[in-house]
Design a protein around this ligand. Structure first.
Ligand SMILES: [Zn+2]
Length: 292
């Protein structure tokens, strides 16, 4: 189990899946085998499979424990969800809640859930199936996400042409939270509580947020899908196929890496392969990772 300390805060990675979902050259339009060849020494085996050309990606949450509070950041794909648009995420049945229990936390003990954005692999465990109904998995939590993303994906969900591409995630994983009165939608730069603040980081989705943790002079940034893969630290201009606004996604990625490099903050993304976390150092006009 990956853990890290940031001041008085403890971070624990809660894995849902870790595997090969996308071919590298389909995921990154900028992928070139000759560029990738320079990175094989660190990419294999935790980040790339040269035999198939597939990226290795993790889907995980970060459990953040600080000052007696337990906060879950991004909630993966979830169990029993119909995701016909992504067969590898369809009807999952993983021991995610058992892994959370192994980290010492039950669903009732989660005080807050934060979604960096409202894509299907970041909202799934918001709810669980109970007698045919989707109910909040974390009934004592407030759920924080951006109003911009909520409005954007609600409009897509209502559009019969575009709706299927988001797999029903709004209906089974987001609206039930709103109906239960647990949603707290945010807009712009906000302080959520003493140690946590949000900065808009649009591009991958219109309302994507960057979450900053500060404790005892130490910092971490939870960056969701601003970066998907460690190779983007070396090549911050590389966007994924899923980045909605490509120029803006590049700007938010560079902003995030600059914030980390300038402050010594830990970078905690949602999909990096092992060791899943790193510090960032500026190098030339790019960046390099430095591991714990
Ligand atoms: Zn994602």
């Amino acid at each position: 189990m990956t853990t890290a300390t940031v001041g008085a805060a403890k971070l624990t990675r809660i894995e849902e899946t870790y595997g090969f979902f996308f071919e590298a050259k389909q995921f990154f339009a900028d992928w070139r085998d000759e560029i990738a060849a320079e990175h094989m020494s660190w990419m294999v085996p935790h980040h790339y499979d040269p035999a198939t050309g597939f990226l290795k990606l993790s889907i995980h949450s970060w459990l953040l424990e600080i000052g007696g509070k337990r906060i879950l950041i991004d909630t993966c794909v979830g169990n029993h969800k119909s995701r016909k648009h992504r067969p590898f995420w369809d009807q999952l049945n993983t021991p995610y809640l058992e892994r959370l229990a192994a980290a010492g936390v039950t669903p009732d003990e989660i005080d807050m859930v934060m979604c960096t954005h409202l894509h299907v692999d970041h909202v799934g465990w918001n709810t669980r199936l109970d007698n045919g109904r989707w109910v909040p998995t974390f009934p004592n939590a407030k759920y924080v996400w951006s109003k911009t993303d909520f409005d954007h994906f609600s409009a897509i969900d209502r559009d019969p042409a575009k709706g299927p591409a988001i797999g029903g995630a709004m209906r089974d994983s987001v609206y039930p939270i709103v109906e239960a009165g647990l949603a707290q939608m945010v807009d712009g730069t906000e302080t959520i509580e003493e140690h946590l603040s949000l900065t808009p980081a649009p591009g991958h989705s219109p309302g994507h947020v960057l979450i900053n943790l500060t404790s005892q002079g130490k910092q971490a940034y939870f960056s969701g899908d601003i970066l998907h893969h460690l190779i983007q630290v070396y090549h911050p201009a590389w966007n994924s196929f899923a980045c909605a606004d490509q120029p803006t996604a590049r700007t938010s990625r560079r902003m995030t890496l600059e914030k980390c490099a300038g402050s010594g903050a830990l970078l905690a993304p949602q999909h990096f392969g092992a060791p899943h976390l790193c510090h960032i150092e500026a190098k030339g006009d790019g960046f390099t990772p430095r591991f714990l």
